[in-house]
Design a protein. Structure first.
Ligand SMILES: [Zn+2]
Length: 335
């Protein structure tokens, strides 16, 4: 990866480290605790068993004085009919072939981010844990491999409370936070949406199980969750940016240090082709799709205009790239 001061960010170190598979408590738990996965027909493991078994890594970069570590929690696959319910298969095939892809693919990485800045160690989202999908839940072992104890994390910021971002906060051994010394930050809009009684009856039936699962976990932690203000710094240099739609209280984060920038998009831009080439298309995982499309349009315009480096939670590993205007929309350029 080349240093590029012109774009306002310099990647001083960049390294992928491969971590071998070991018997861990994650594995002990993984196969006995997939009740929600069984009930949840909307998401499925990656189609390729090799991808599910592949060794994942750690990726580091610096943004000014902040050290950023991207940690894979695993990957999964979005069923095409779930995420693009309004589009005919031929229309989707045409979009993918236009950008040179042989056939549509909806694999999603899960890129958890750790930011070390000043005396803070800030985690952005926590992966899916061991109770959501059997292909997720690697992040805690990789964190340990990186020499970081979960007790050292000072802050956990949730972009939103979907299971692949939120359930990893729970330690399945005691049902409490895996990060005992960390302040947990979530917007009031997000917390209140998930804690609304009867929410599971207002979502598609396939999502009722995961909705109840999030409600249960959030209820356990709610006294520890601090209200995250919008448009303000959570720690110096890390600004919350309202990007509602994927969920009602969804946020992104803008990290700035010494004039260098990194935008952590959460799920505002999910798919490396669809989210950029057809940002107005309804994405089935978005709770409020007109709001989600507005947030996508605003963030794409900002990232392309200001050439800010984007880190996407579900974009191809390690999720780093920039946004270019292309035809009447945009395209994703991995870096
Ligand atoms: Zn997600």
């Amino acid at each position: 990866m080349e240093p590029d001061a012109r774009r306002g960010h310099v990647l001083l170190t960049s390294q992928d480290s491969e971590i071998g598979d070991r018997p861990t408590r994650r594995k002990i738990l993984q196969y006995g605790a997939s009740a929600f996965f069984g009930a949840n027909l909307a998401l499925s493991p990656p189609r390729s068993p090799q991808a599910a078994a592949s060794v994942r890594g750690l990726h580091t970069l610096t943004v000014g004085q902040a050290k950023v570590t991207i940690i894979s929690d695993g990957k999964f696959n979005f069923p095409q009919a779930f995420v693009l319910p309004d589009r005919k298969p031929a229309e989707i095939d045409a979009l993918f072939s236009k950008v040179g892809s042989e056939k549509p693919s909806f694999d999603a990485e899960v890129n958890v981010v750790l930011i070390r800045m000043a005396d803070r160690l800030v985690l952005v989202d926590t992966g899916g844990g061991t109770e959501f999908l059997p292909t997720l839940g690697r992040f805690p072992d990789l964190l340990q491999s990186a020499g970081i104890a979960s007790e050292d994390i000072t802050d956990v910021v949730f972009t939103h409370a979907h299971p692949d971002h939120f359930w990893g906060v729970i330690d399945p051994f005691d049902g409490m936070s895996r990060f005992p010394n960390a302040r947990l930050h979530m917007t009031a809009g997000e917390r209140d949406y998930w804690l609304k009684p009867g929410l599971e009856r207002s979502v598609p039936p396939d999502l009722a199980g995961v909705t109840l699962g999030t409600q249960r976990r959030l209820s356990t932690l709610k006294d520890q969750v601090e209200e995250l203000p919008l448009g303000q710094e959570i720690v110096p240099g890390l600004l919350s940016v309202a990007t509602p739609g994927h969920t009602p209280g969804h946020i992104s984060l803008h990290l700035t240090s010494q004039g260098e920038n990194l935008f952590l998009g959460g799920d505002v831009l999910i798919h490396p082709i669809v989210s950029f080439a057809e940002p107005a298309w309804r994405w089935g995982a978005d709770v409020d799709w007109p709001d989600a499309a507005r947030s996508r349009a605003r963030i794409l315009d900002m990232l392309a205009s200001d050439q800010i480096l984007l880190l996407g939670y579900h974009l191809p590993w390690p999720g780093l790239g920039r946004v270019e205007r292309h035809d009447s929309a945009y395209r994703w350029i991995p870096v």
